[in-house]
Structure formats: structure tokens, C-alpha cells
Design a protein around this ligand. Sequence first.
Ligand code: C2E
Ligand code: MG
Ligand code: MG
Length: 504
Amino acid sequence: MNNKPLRLTPAGLVLLPLSIACVITGVAVLAVSLNDRLTIAAPGPLITATILVYSALLVLISRTAIAKIRELESVGLLDSLTRLPNRRALHEDVERLSAGDDEVALALIDLDAFKQVNDHYGHAMGDRLIARCAEMLSEVCGNEARCYRLGGDEFAAVMGGKVAGTILEGICRTLIERLSVPVAMEGRHIPVGASIGLARSTADHRLTSSELLRRSDVAMYMSKRGGKMRCTWFNESFDRRRERVREIEDDIRTGIAAGEFALAYQPLVDAEHGRIVAVEALLRWDRGERDPLGPNVFIPIAEDSGLINPLGQWVLRQAVCDALAWDGITLSVNISAAQLRNPEFPIRLGEVLEETGFPPHRLELEVTETCLVLDPVVAERTLDVIRSFGVRIALDDFGTGYASIGFLRRFRFEKLKLDRSLIELAGGDDSSRAMMLSSIALARALDMGVTAEGVETEEQAELVRLAGCDQIQGWLYYRALPAREVDRLIAEQGRGDRADEEAA
Ligand code: C2E
Ligand code: MG
Ligand code: MG
């Protein structure tokens, strides 16, 4: 940055006043010697004079620096925790840089999962971690970019220059790399990541500092959505997507009140006989004339907006009421990460079970790995409470993430659901088949049931049956059906069983 204030390194802080002191003392001594025509035999008075002038200069510099910091603080430009310039200083700097012809680039940096650090280690540790991250950011910015703390776990970096954007992106990537290893603090290793959004303003297309900040915020959100620990440049299409997401959010809100949501149930069969042993509740949205949306689209939006809590609560109650009559059949309900994080969730679950009289051992909650890795400590606690009711936990979509043996042992799932992608690949290549077989062996060793998801062909069914899966779910057997269809299927199965018993 060309308008950066003069910064002294510690060595500079010692050498600069020392040189000034030497020069001043030298000149003074020379003047005195010439005037009085004296020759200085001993260097003692000269050294004393130099030390005195040096000390006076040091005091002067420190007082000026302290006064400068106080002045900055008094006009509200410094963050008191990190000593970094704050949001107001950022706006001022961007406006000043924008007066020239150079490109101005802004990076918005949001720490990932910082809330968990506060929750687990307390706010004092959280503050120290923020200060540590501020140091790291200052280190990677060096003299090239200026960094800021905007508040909470949000930081920014600004740079002006011909290729400011490219250099700033490089700085951001270095920061992400440094944060890819847990931060060592007070004997602990704390994992923190960062999601970064970048935006630029050029001489041809000048933006106000607020617009630049807004754009980098939108881009940062895209980094979060894209899986975190990444940098994303703002793109005009993000605004349109945000608008669309906001529309869907409003639609979900009104849709819940208007009763537009419904449940479909996909039966799961036992691998040996093909009998229905469980059903999975799958959410459907009747949007009337509007474009249809599947759960893969609207559930993530409901999760981000917090609407998953009322929606998920409705799913749970409705599913339990529908399945009450399906005697002997397990009911599986999908639970999102946001629901699991909600401390109210186990309480509400307990209420639903009590009010409906649904047998807890017939209920199974499906969670995904991302639900648990985000906040394993809280998740473990919540799952323990849920299990204490007698409800079982299944790990959904296994094979799409990175679940380790340690992870499986830690959470002790009652069931593992092998993802459709794994089943599909296993039919085609040997390494995928080996992976599927070892997953099944692992689940068995840990005393978990195994379900194969998305089985569409007889070959796949044969493969997973031989591999040792005990339940199969897939279109080969059943698609998701309305509750009344499941009523009919189960009644039919019951009649068949009775006929068999009578015949036997
Ligand atoms: P999931 O829990 O893995 O559900 C299985 C998905 O695979 C369902 O898609 C189901 O229709 C589909 N499927 C089952 N068998 C086959 C098959 O043989 N072939 C193919 N191609 N697909 C098959 P759906 O209903 O679109 O649900 C997608 C995802 O949405 C679910 O994946 C689940 O993660 C989420 N979801 C659905 N309902 C809920 C809900 O009530 N709450 C929450 N939190 N998530 C839900
Ligand atoms: Mg599921
Ligand atoms: Mg699944």
C-alpha cells in the first residue's frame, strides 16, 4: 500500500534514535570544541552526552507512539482485543485507495467453527485464539496488505495496486494453508479454519467500500457453502442465487404454515427374504404451479436459515403418527446437523414420543457424518440422550465422506447405511467393491447393522446380499410411497404371514 504509515522494526526503534543521538551529540561537541578551541581528550563526557540524548529521544518516540495509539482508539479506529484497525478504519482506507487509479482488493475472512471453540474452551480461550489468528493474519499480510478485525471471528485484508487482487488471493491461500493445521495454544491443538471471500474494485468500475465489503461477504458465504477452507471471488451470479435462496426461504416459511409439506415412506426390505422391515420418512413439498423442488435443494436452505427446526419437528411428529399403526416396522427419520446442534431437540423428541406413545425402540434417527464432525462433543452428548430414550442411531450416506474407524467406534452407530454411489461403483470396479466389502466387514466387527441404499438392479441386490448387508433399500424393491400405500403393503404382508402360519 503506498499510503502506509511509517512502521519501525524493533532494530529500527533502537538504531534510529541512536544514530540521531550520535549525530546531535557529535554536532554539539564539534560546535563547543570549535568555539572554545578545546580538544576532548577523554571520550567520557561524549558517551554520557550521547546516552542522555538517546534516552530523551526514546522517551519522546514512545510517548508519541502511545499518544498516536490513544488518538486512534479515541477516534474508534482500533480493535481493542487484537490491536488491529477496525471496520471503520477499513472503510476509510478503501475510500482513500479508491481515489487513485489502482485496483483495490478486499478479502473477508471468517473463521470456521469458531463458536465451538467458545462453547468448549470458554470465551477467554476464544479471545486468545482470535488474538492468535490476528497475529497470523498480520504475518501473512506482511507489508503488502493491511489487515483488520471487523468483529467476532471476522477479519479483512485490503490491498491497493496494479495486481492487488492476485497478490491478495495469494496471501489468503497462505493463510488457509497455515490454518490447515490446528493452532497450538496452551498445550492444546485447536482446529480452526477460514472461509474467505474476495472482491475487487477497479478504476473503470469503482465500488463504494460498503459495496466492496458486501460483495466479499457474499463470496465468503459461497466459500462456506462450498465446504469451507477456501477462497472465492465474487461473481455477479451470486447475487441472483442469493435472491433465489431468499425466495425459497420465504416459500418454506409460508409452506409450513399452509401445510404444503408431506411425507413419503420408502420401505426397506430384509436382504434374505425381501420382507418390509423398516420405512424411511422422506420429505416432499407440493409447490403447486411453482417449479418443483426436491429435498436435496430445499433442505440445505432450511438448514442455513434455521427453518429446519420447525420443519424437522413437523416431520418427526407426522412420521411417528403415521407409523404408529405399522406394527413391528422400524421408522427411520433423517435428522440434520442444525437439529442435532439444537439443545432443544432431545427435549422435543422426548415430548413427541411421550405424547404419541410411539415405542422408542421402533424409531431410528439417520444422521450424516457432516452432522457429527462439525461439533463431535455436542453431537456425542445429544446422541447419548437420544439413546437413553431407547431410540437408535444410523449413519446415513456412508462412503461419501471420510469417516474413520475411530469415528465409527466413537459414535457406536446401531446401523451403517452404505451410500448409493458406493453400491453403484461396486458393481463396476474391483477397488470400489473391495471398499464396500471392507466397510461391511468393519460394520460387522463393530456390531452394526448394514443397509445398502439405492439398489436398482438384481445384480446389485445379489452383490450386497452376498457381501453381508442385512437390509436393502432401493427402487428395485420400492420407491417412496404415500402413507396410505404403506398401510396397504404392510396389511398385505401381515395377511401373507398369517396365511403362512396357518399353512404351517
Ligand atoms: P437419504 O436420506 O440418503 O435418502 C435416500 C434418498 O435416495 C432419497 O432421495 C430416496 O428417494 C433416494 N433413493 C432411494 N432409493 C433409490 C434408488 O434406488 N435410486 C435412486 N436414484 N435414488 C434412490 P430423496 O427423497 O430425494 O432425499 C434426498 C435426501 O434429502 C435424503 O437422502 C436426505 O438426506 C434428505 N431428506 C429427505 N427427507 C428429509 C427429512 O425429512 N429431513 C432431513 N433432514 N433430510 C431429509
Ligand atoms: Mg436417509
Ligand atoms: Mg442416504
